[in-house]
Ligand binder design. Structure first.
Ligand code: FAD
Length: 441
């Protein structure tokens, strides 16, 4: 039988994981694979950065392409990297650009990757060619080229952040740094600039670390709704999965989680307990009704995100040093607007406070995805129960508005999190890649 033509929209880590799992389970499918995207296959928003200042947020054995081979990246790193700054008691935290190198090397080891068609363009629309659940798909790129495929996989990942507030300044104002993911913003900040950072998650920690490494002298303020920076990774070890009780409501989930977590999240035992909860959490989440999933996310989501996304030891050390010296302050609040103030920029918060600085750096999370929105508007996809991303089945088939699955349209990555739970980390996405490949092969 002829292998199907598979199209993957997106060329990030998820697409690379699909290629690597296809190479093991159905190598003949690579001959007719088409990947759309403008970057280096495997790098995506997370790892396409040139700076050595951006570290992986998790230790090396947690960065898995093959779920059953946790040591693969660590072994590669030990053999190929000379990164004396990577080693901490909490584990080895390598540079993100080196993880991109690792993925590239894994892809280079697959002989058939030369046969893959990489279309170096963005996709602006995807259209079902019939109403049948196993329809073929037509994809249109930004320059108007059309491609048809038997199976389409949405892997568009993390769209670049946009400002979370109104901006009364020109788009090209170089005092405003809208996205730092590529790691090429440092030359826009002078050593004595006062800097306001909007957002207090892991991206803010990257910026703090880069400023620290550069010997920054100006004041740094981080504006974040909860007034806290992320906790640091501890040297936790893997413990057996928590046996979740039957949870019908958000309250059941929170109660069960509270029963195993202690008070102090800086403790190793706290992170170990948290990690035991995570193993079965997505099954618990998927067992809740849409209303209860929304309730859980509303009351528990913010806290979960803060506890879940721990920072690497070097970024934590830098933030502590800057806080102790008084150079870094964390301000509780939400951004409302950015405006000119004499020769500086005024960031106004929702509570009316005005913070003046030379530069403002946006460290809020990924923006909305225009392609997915257009597919929803045209009735091809159904939103997830919590609103973010789309509704997918447990086997990653996208749902139509009547909730029946498209057999020939799958999705991978954070866009599936609203349906399936906590899907952000590389290892979760790699597991999804394997699941799709096993279904298709
Ligand atoms: C800054 C950052 C740091 C992170 N660090 C870690 C970490 O240390 N450890 C960890 O486990 N996880 C980390 N993550 C989580 C990350 O989500 C996953 O590790 C993984 O990289 C996501 O892969 P992806 O393929 O789903 O998305 P992405 O890597 O975002 O790739 C999607 C790709 O698709 C392209 N694309 C989007 N739309 C289109 C379109 N319409 N047409 C064509 N191409 C398109 C994009 O340009 C992008 O290259 C990080 C995420 C970010 C944003």
């Amino acid at each position: 039988m002829m292998p199907p033509t598979i199209g993957i929209i997106g060329d990030g880590f998820g697409a690379a994981a699909l290629v690597l799992h296809l190479s093991q389970h159905a190598p003949e499918y690579l001959d007719k694979l088409i990947i759309f995207g403008t970057g280096t296959l495997g790098s995506g928003s997370a790892y396409a950065c040139a700076t050595p200042d951006y570290k992986l947020n998790v230790r090396s054995d947690v960065m898995r392409i093959w779920p059953d081979n946790p040591g693969h990246f660590t072994a590669w790193a030990e053999q190929h990297l000379d990164d004396g700054d990577a080693h901490y008691s909490a584990g080895d935290f390598y540079q993100r650009k080196d993880f991109a190198r690792y993925v590239t090397t894994c892809l280079a080891d697959v002989a058939q990757t030369q046969k893959i068609s990489q279309i170096l363009e963005r996709v602006i629309s995807a259209r079902a060619l019939s109403d049948s659940p196993d329809t073929r798909w037509e994809v249109e790129t930004e320059h108007g080229a059309l491609y048809e495929c038997d199976h389409l996989i949405l892997a568009t990942g993390n769209p670049q952040p946009i400002w979370p507030c109104s901006v009364g300044l020109p788009d090209d104002d170089n005092r405003l740094i809208q996205s730092v993911w590529r790691g090429d913003w440092q030359t826009s900040v002078s050593a004595h600039d006062d800097v306001n950072i909007i957002g207090g998650g892991l991206t803010a920690m990257d910026v703090i670390y880069a400023l620290f490494q550069a010997g920054h002298k100006g004041q740094i303020k981080v504006i974040t709704p909860n007034g806290m920076l992320p906790p640091v990774q501890t040297p936790w070890t893997v413990k057996p999965a928590f046996k979740w009780p039957i949870c019908r409501t958000a309250r059941d989930v929170v109660q069960a989680a509270r029963s195993v977590l202690g008070q102090d999240w800086t403790q190793i035992s706290w992170q170990e307990s948290f990690e035991t909860l995570r193993i079965g959490l997505n099954d618990v989440y998927q067992g809740l009704s849409g209303i209860e999933r929304r309730r859980l996310m509303r009351h528990f989501g913010g806290w979960w995100m803060l506890a879940r996304f721990r920072c690497s030891p070097p970024t934590h050390e830098a933030a502590c040093a800057l806080q102790e010296s008084g150079q870094l302050q964390v301000v509780s609040g939400r951004a409302l607007s950015l405006d000119e103030h004499k020769t500086n920029i005024q960031l106004t918060l929702l509570d009316g406070a005005a913070l003046i600085s030379d530069k403002v750096i946006n460290c809020t999370g990924p923006a909305g995805d225009a392609l997915l929105s257009s597919m929803m508007d045209r009735g091809l996809l159904h939103p997830s129960p919590v609103g973010s991303g789309m509704s997918v089945s447990a086997s990653l088939e996208c749902h139509r508005p009547d909730m029946s699955p498209w057999k020939s349209l799958s999705a991978i990555g954070s866009m599936t999190g609203g349906s399936l739970g906590d899907i952000v980390a590389a290892s979760s996405i790699a597991r999804q890649a394997l699941l799709i490949v096993q279904r298709l092969a």
